[in-house]
Design a protein around this ligand. Structure first.
Ligand SMILES: Nc1ncnc2c1ncn2[C@@H]1O[C@H](COP(=O)(O)OP(=O)(O)OP(=O)(O)O)[C@@H](O)[C@H]1O
Length: 255
C-alpha cells in the first residue's frame, strides 16, 4: 500500500462464521478503504458472498448461521445488540446477482426506499430523478417512468436496482456479482458506473471475473476455503502476488 494515509471505514477483525457445522469464514481480518472499489475474488464456495453479506448482516436471515468477531462500520460494531438492522442496510446498500426490481413502476421502485425511510413527500421526486441520473439510467427511462420495471432490459433493470440503492443515500454499496446475468455491453455500462460511483461511495464487489476485478477495483482480496489469503492493491496482487495460491488462482491453475 502507498505511504499516503488510507482511510478505512469497514474494519473486520477475527471474523468467523459457521453454517451449522460448516466453518465458512475463518479468522478474517481486513480493513477496507473508503471511496474506492474492493474486489473479492476466489473459487466457487470460498466464502466471498458469505463475507459480503456479513457487512450488512444479510446472514441474519440464515437460521443455521453463527458469527463471531467484529465488523466495524464507521467504528461501530454492527453486530452489537442495539444496532438497528434497517438503518444499517440503509447505510450499507446491496445490489444482487440477478436484477430484482419490485413489481411496480420504474418511478415507484426508486421512490419506495425513501418513502419507507420517512423522506418528506416534497423531496421524493427529486430523490428519484437524482438516483436515476446517478445510475446513468435517466436518459433511457425519462419518458416512461410510469412503466412497469419488468419492461426494462436486464442491464437497465440492474441499473434501476442500483438507482434504488442510491435513492436511500447509502455510504457503502455491496455488489454481489452484479454483471453475471448481463451481456458484455450492459456489463461495461455497470463497470463504468461503478468507477463513477466510487468517487462518492465505498464499494465492495464479489466477482468471478478476474479481468473485471483488474479493470475496476483499487484493492483485491483473494479468498480460498473460507480464508482470506491475500489482500492489497489490485495492481500489486495481480502483478506480484505474495502467496503461491493467489498466483495459482490468478494464472488460472485452479478455480
Ligand atoms: N445458507 C447456507 N447454508 C449452508 N451453507 C451455506 C449457505 N450459504 C453458503 N453456504 C456454504 O458456505 C460456503 C461459502 O459459500 P459462499 O456462497 O459464500 O461462497 P462463494 O465464494 O460466494 O461462492 P460462489 O462463487 O459459488 O458464489 C460454501 O461451502 C457454501 O456451500
Amino acid at each position: 500500500m502507498s505511504k499516503k494515509e488510507i482511510t478505512t471505514n469497514i474494519n473486520v477483525k477475527d471474523l468467523n462464521l459457521w453454517y451449522g457445522e460448516k466453518h465458512a469464514l475463518k479468522d478474517i481480518s481486513i480493513d477496507i478503504p473508503e471511496k474506492s472499489v474492493t474486489a473479492l475474488i476466489g473459487p466457487s464456495g470460498c466464502g466471498k458472498s458469505t463475507f459480503l453479506r456479513c457487512l450488512n448482516r444479510m446472514n441474519d436471515l440464515v437460521k443455521s448461521c453463527r458469527i463471531e468477531g467484529d465488523v466495524l462500520v464507521d467504528d461501530e460494531n454492527i453486530y452489537e445488540k442495539n444496532i438497528d438492522v434497517v438503518d444499517l442496510r440503509k447505510k450499507v446498500g446491496m445490489v444482487f446477482q440477478k436484477p430484482n426490481p419490485f413489481p411496480m413502476s420504474i418511478y415507484d421502485n426508486i421512490a419506495y426506499g425513501p418513502k419507507i425511510h420517512g423522506c418528506p413527500k416534497s423531496e421524493i421526486e427529486e430523490r428519484v430523478h437524482g438516483a436515476l441520473e446517478d445510475a446513468a439510467l435517466m436518459r433511457e427511462v425519462q419518458e416512461r417512468l410510469g412503466d412497469q420495471a419488468f419492461a426494462l432490459s436486464g442491464g437497465q433493470q440492474q441499473r434501476l436496482c442500483i438507482a434504488r440503492t442510491l435513492a436511500v443515500k447509502p455510504e457503502i454499496i455491496l455488489f454481489d456479482e452484479p454483471c453475471s446475468a448481463l451481456d458484455p455491453i450492459s456489463t461495461s455500462k455497470i463497470e463504468d458506473l461503478i468507477l463513477e460511483l466510487k468517487k462518492d461511495y465505498t464499494i465492495v464487489i464479489v466477482t468471478h471475473n478476474m479481468q473485471q476485478a483488474a479493470r475496476i477495483s483499487d484493492y483485491t482480496a483473494f479468498f480460498l476455503l473460507g480464508e482470506l489469503i491475500e489482500f492489497g492493491k489490485t495492481k500489486n496482487l495481480f502483478e506480484n502476488p505474495q502467496v503461491k495460491s493467489t498466483e495459482d488462482y490468478i494464472t488460472g491453475r485452479f478455480g
